[in-house]
Design a protein around this ligand. Structure first.
Ligand code: SF4
Ligand code: SF4
Length: 220
């Protein structure tokens, strides 16, 4: 009878792909070169802005991100890493995979635990000093910072609902202007600005509907 190998019994990666099926990894400074030389195109990256909620595998809970992260995007309903091939159940860039993937050893998590939220890169680290998108990113952060997602999740918007509704509408106008000016694809937009505010509202229990060309935000 063949003995079942569990993660604890493993001593090396068998490239089963299990760790590639819940979104892509956050990028670290070691990965900068792959973005700069085009091996990791920005259209396949997504920014998780400071203050957004993300799953912390160490505590198995949602936590506010203290510093902005740039991750490889997920795709499809399953949100598999963009570079995961579900047919082959493997990584299509395995030999050149990012640092977080090389550090993730499902049989011994010590190395990846040391890496979480450390030495990560931000959007501005990945853009040239003279990139014309930089001032738009800075203005976006100033005008439309990520709200307190933990509080929204636990208590809802309270008296902030009207202000949040105005922000989600103004943010869409702001994004559309920049997207049109620079002809950004959806992937590039998600790198430049992260997820729209209205998506963030939906992720913590808000409902958004369009009425007369305006988004209306409600909460149960
Ligand atoms: S590290 Fe990931 S791909 Fe490798 S064996 Fe573990 S779960 Fe599978
Ligand atoms: S880059 Fe490769 S190893 Fe890393 S999560 Fe994506 S598919 Fe998996």
């Amino acid at each position: 009878m063949t003995e079942k190998i569990t993660a604890e019994d493993r001593t090396e990666c068998i490239q089963c792909g299990t760790c590639c099926t819940s979104g892509g990894p956050a990028l670290h400074s070691d990965d900068l070169i792959m973005v700069r030389d085009g091996r990791l195109p920005k259209a396949q990256l997504i920014t998780i802005r400071k203050g957004e909620l993300a799953h912390n595998p160490l505590t198995n809970s949602l936590q506010r991100i203290k510093n902005e992260l740039v991750k490889i995007s997920g795709v499809g309903r399953e949100w598999n890493c963009y570079y995961f091939d579900p047919m082959e159940k493997g990584c299509t860039i395995y030999e050149k995979r990012p640092k977080a993937c090389r550090s993730l050893k499902c049989w011994d998590t010590a190395e990846i635990e040391q890496l979480i939220e450390k030495d990560t890169v931000s959007r501005l680290d990945l853009l040239a000093e003279d990139d014309p998108l930089r001032p738009h990113i800075e203005e976006h952060e100033k005008r439309f910072p990520c709200p307190d997602m933990q509080e929204l999740l636990e208590k809802g918007p309270g008296e902030q609902r009207g202000d949040l509704e105005e922000s989600i509408n103004q943010e869409i106008i702001f994004r559309q202007k920049v997207v049109t000016k620079y002809d950004l694809s959806l992937g590039e937009e998600l790198f430049v600005f992260g997820r729209p505010l209205f998506h963030l509202m939906i992720s913590v229990g808000g409902q958004v509907r369009e009425v007369s060309n305006r988004l209306v935000l409600s909460w149960d």
